[in-house]
Design a protein around this ligand. Structure first.
Ligand code: AMP
Ligand code: GLY
Length: 421
């Protein structure tokens, strides 16, 4: 099977890594890719938002399957263009991707499907915002209706800050605050059958102790030893399947990866958000544990054959990933700095620890930073404690001037699991 992956991040590197380990994959291409992906796939230049260009590239390469990583091409309708060219594609149509592209649309689908989520108002004027904030009280939650790379949400006790964020957006969703731990649960679906993956937890805030601004995600781990073993089945029944059924009923079936961002509140599970693609950095830890070959799973979803797939097989090991970000991320990041230590990790820490590249590119023989999130240092181990130790040992080998990373990824969960064991 010849596979073309679209995207540039550590999520795409994780997808390419798993695809490269699948014996059915005979050729692996990625566009535009990054310096790490270049080591396992052939890179091509393409405007990832241009459906005709992506379809033409896939045709030229003779791709049997196109996997679209990020949300922006999906929302722009790139999957539609590839599908129209007769090539199987893993990723939803433009219409179905609105589940991520518009928070208001997602709320409407959830209401119709009876999916538990925060109560909310869609607001376009300052008056509507003020009365919605008043109705829910603090902490205030204000979300930009459109795509904002994980940075469009403000959660604050400061009423003026909540109003100011709303004023900077055209349309916002104001919603009730959900407390309790967050879980990311992914499901692969062909529009009808839903196959959940293993849950993961992401660390959204920039700084240790969940302080600082929201980011795309600073680290993740899986499994979640503290979670109810029935969680996945419950979420499939109350969230994932009803959402997929509702989109099919509307004539816009969702095929691809449905990502449910959940809060485990004292009153039960609530959906915080849906995404229409694999999460980053959760994919790095979920795929580290998936034993079923990835290409066959994604192809089954792309071609409507998930009902016939064998149950997924998972490793019992734990996985942890730590994101190394540029100076000033999530603000405008500093780029172009050399990254060193990668060879040392490959020589001393593999195969238990390895580096997935996000914002990197080659400059001559060296790797330089090229984005906000630069690397996702990933490790597996018998339990979270061991996976964490291995990940941070490798993180310590990386040199990138001005870089930042959290030191507490999976720390609480590892400690709780160790005490419970
Ligand atoms: P989102 O982009 O919708 O995932 O929101 C980003 C982050 O903001 C989430 O991961 C949560 O940590 C936080 N958040 C979003 N909505 C709520 C809510 N209703 N209550 C509490 N925190 C929220
Ligand atoms: N890690 C959060 C996301 O991918 O949206």
């Amino acid at each position: 099977m010849k596979v073309l992956v679209i995207g540039t991040g550590a999520r795409e590197h994780a997808l390419c890594r798993s695809l490269s380990l699948d014996p059915d994959v005979t050729a692996l291409h990625c566009a535009p890719g990054n310096a790490g992906i270049a080591e396992i796939a052939e890179l091509h230049q393409v405007d990832a938002l241009d459906g005709a260009a992506v379809a033409a590239l896939a045709g030229r390469l003779g791709a049997d399957l196109v996997v679209i990583g990020p949300e922006a091409p999906l929302v722009a309708g790139v999957a539609d263009a590839v599908r129209e060219a007769g090539i199987p594609v893993f990723g939803p149509s433009r219409e179905a991707a609105r589940l991520e592209g518009s928070k208001a649309f997602a709320k409407d689908v959830m209401a119709a499907a009876g999916v538990p989520t925060a109560r909310s108002y869609v607001c376009t004027t300052a008056e509507e915002v003020a009365s919605a904030l008043d109705a829910f009280g603090a902490p205030y939650v204000v979300k930009d209706d459109g795509l904002a790379a994980g940075k469009g949400v403000v959660v604050t006790d400061d009423l003026e800050a909540a109003k100011a964020h709303a004023a900077a957006c055209d349309r916002v969703v104001v919603e009730e605050y959900l407390d309790g731990p967050e879980v990311s649960l992914f499901a692969v679906t062909d529009g009808e059958t839903v196959v959940p993956l293993q849950p993961a937890q992401d660390f959204k805030r920039a700084l240790d102790g969940d302080q600082g601004p929201n980011t795309g995600g600073m680290g993740a781990y899986s499994p979640l030893p503290w979670a109810d073993p029935k969680l996945v089945d419950e979420v499939k029944e109350t969230v994932l399947q009803p959402t997929v059924d509702e989109l099919r009923r509307r004539g816009t079936p969702f095929s691809g990866l449905l990502y449910a961002g959940l809060a485990i509140t004292s009153r039960g599970v609530r959906v915080i958000e849906f995404n229409a693609r694999f999460g980053d950095p959760e994919t790095q830890v979920v795929l580290a544990r998936l034993k079923t070959p990835l290409a066959g799973l994604l192809m089954a979803a792309a071609t409507g054959n998930l009902a016939h797939l064998e149950p997924l097989r998972w490793s019992d090991e734990a996985a942890v990933t730590v994101v190394i970000a540029s100076h000033n991320y999530p603000g405008t990041p500093r780029t172009g700095d050399p990254v060193t230590g990668l060879d040392e990790i490959a020589a001393k820490d593999a195969p238990h620890a390895y580096v997935l590249h996000a914002g990197t590119r080659k400059e001559g023989d060296s790797v330089v930073s090229a984005g906000g999130r630069v690397l996702s240092v990933t490790a597996t181990g018998a339990d979270l404690t061991e996976a964490r130790e291995r990940a941070y040992r490798s993180v310590a080998r990386i040199r990138l001037e001005g870089s930042q990373h959290r030191t507490d990824i999976a720390a609480k969960a590892a400690e709780a699991a160790a005490q419970g064991a």
